[in-house]
Design a protein around this ligand. Structure first.
Ligand SMILES: Cc1cc2nc3c(=O)[nH]c(=O)nc-3n(C[C@H](O)[C@H](O)[C@H](O)COP(=O)(O)OP(=O)(O)OC[C@H]3O[C@@H](n4cnc5c(N)ncnc54)[C@H](O)[C@@H]3O)c2cc1C
Length: 404
């Protein structure tokens, strides 16, 4: 009978999504090795594209990949809001950098800058428990093998096993169907470099040009309008039926002509309420969470991905300071001092990130509540709150998490 394998590592990141890869790259840039464990067999880039505002670009610069990624996406210079009922339309400039990246481009660029052996695909962690001797964590993967780790970072998204180990509540879900994808225009698309936000009676559509010939779109409907399946073709047909009734032809054509392979459906939007983000224990010794595992916030202000990128820089910076003082075990300190320094570094990370991600989660929560509100009082309360938060001027994007 084959013996079950057991390995030991310094820093392990569970989850090879945007946040996990960015964290591994940030650590790598600081000369610190880590191992990413990803349950998929290949890089996952579900969701077609992602809007990255100036705060995210600042992080990509620190990671040394901004120049390359800028080549893949044009700048978006304005919000164009349209209300089909009332036939109203407004435009507002976006003063700071916003580009819509193909998720595949972002993930591949992050991954190719990390040593190949630092990402292990097909490794699904199913259980975590504390090692009573070392106070590190012991991970069990689906094939029964175990990995002992000194520092564990959960970048494993909304169903995080690490969040569960830390005792965090499961994120909440808003039933909402979202169809996302690209459309390619072989002779170039006719659209301005604008983020179109089109509101119909029972749908909301967003359109962001990526390049001169590729456009990203998303369409969402409330659950009451019947879109409860996650079958891509069925959802596309249902959305098209709605769009064709009321939208300009170019909008329905864009969805009809979308690339089949790019389409993706979400039926529940997951979020951690702002009070949980403000008060939850995001650390247990040298174990912590980052990205959606820490602060899932849904798509309402388009900041979940960039907030995960910020986490990566702040966490790697804190760990590298501990490392230069001996904390991640490379400088030959006594194990107990080593453990203390690493634990303190993670404490610094959690303390620095908490106010930032609480405010983002709050803004997202209020925006999500406004979009679903029926009562005038709730709508007024949400609008007032968003004014205070500087939502219209995109104050949340003008944030700099600092140098790596
Ligand atoms: C409709 C929609 C639109 C959005 N638009 C934007 C936008 O425009 N801009 C923006 O910034 N954000 C946006 N977001 C949010 C953004 O997509 C997320 O915040 C971001 O992708 C989260 O990245 P992550 O790496 O934290 O988690 P994930 O992308 O969920 O990655 C987690 C990874 O962990 C792996 N994993 C999970 N469990 C395990 C396990 N037990 N063992 C091993 N591996 C595991 C998964 O396979 C996955 O690869 C949007 C979200 C939605 C739903």
């Amino acid at each position: 009978m084959e013996l079950e394998k057991e390995e030991t590592y310094g820093i392990v990141i569970i989850g090879g999504g945007i946040c996990g890869l960015a964290t591994a790259l940030a650590l790598h840039r600081k000369g610190i090795a880590s191992l990413v464990l990803e349950k998929s067999e290949t890089l996952r880039a579900d969701g077609a594209a992602i809007g990255i505002h100036v705060n995210g670009w600042r992080v990509l610069e620190q990671l040394g990949v901004a120049a390359e990624l800028r080549e893949t996406a044009n700048v978006i210079t304005a919000h164009h809001d349209m209300w089909l009922q009332g036939n109203k339309s407004t435009r507002a400039p976006i003063r700071n950098e916003l580009r819509c990246l193909k998720r595949k481009d972002l993930m591949e660029t992050l991954a190719k800058n990390i040593p190949a052996e630092a990402i292990r695909f097909g490794c699904h962690i199913v259980d975590i428990h504390e090692d009573p001797g070392t106070h590190g964590a012991v991970l069990t993967s689906a094939d029964g093998s175990t990995i002992r780790v000194k520092v564990l970072i959960g970048c494993d998204g909304t169903s995080s096993v690490v969040a569960k180990y830390l005792g965090l509540s499961a994120p909440k879900a808003i039933p909402r169907t979202v169809l996302r994808g690209f459309t390619r225009y072989p002779h170039g698309h006719p659209f301005e470099p604008e983020f179109l936000r089109l509101r119909g009676e029972d749908f909301f559509l967003g359109r962001l040009p990526i390049t001169d010939d590729v456009v990203h779109f998303f369409v969402t409907t409330p659950p009451s309008t019947g879109a409860v399946t996650d079958d891509v073709n069925a959802v596309k047909d249902l959305m098209l039926e709605k769009l064709m009734k009321t939208c300009p032809a170019e909008v329905a054509d864009m969805v009809r002509d979308s690339e089949a392979g790019s389409l993706n459906v979400v039926t529940r939007v997951m979020y951690r309420p702002p009070w949980q983000v403000a008060f939850s224990a995001f650390q247990k010794g040298a174990v912590t969470v980052a990205g959606d595992a820490m602060h899932a916030m849904g798509p309402f202000i388009g900041q979940g991905g960039s907030a995960g990128l910020e986490d990566a820089v702040v966490l790697a910076r804190a760990l590298s300071r501990a490392d230069s003082g001996g904390g991640t075990g490379r400088r030959g300190l006594e194990p107990r001092d080593d453990e203390k320094m690493t634990t303190a570094a993670i404490g610094v990370y959690v303390t620095e990130r908490r106010p930032r991600v609480t405010m983002l989660s709050l803004e997202c929560f209020v925006m999500g509540t406004l979009l679903r509100a029926k009562s005038l009082v709730t709508k007024l309360a949400c609008v007032s709150m968003l004014v205070l938060l500087g939502s219209k001027s995109l104050r949340h994007t003008n944030y700099d998490c600092g140098r790596l």
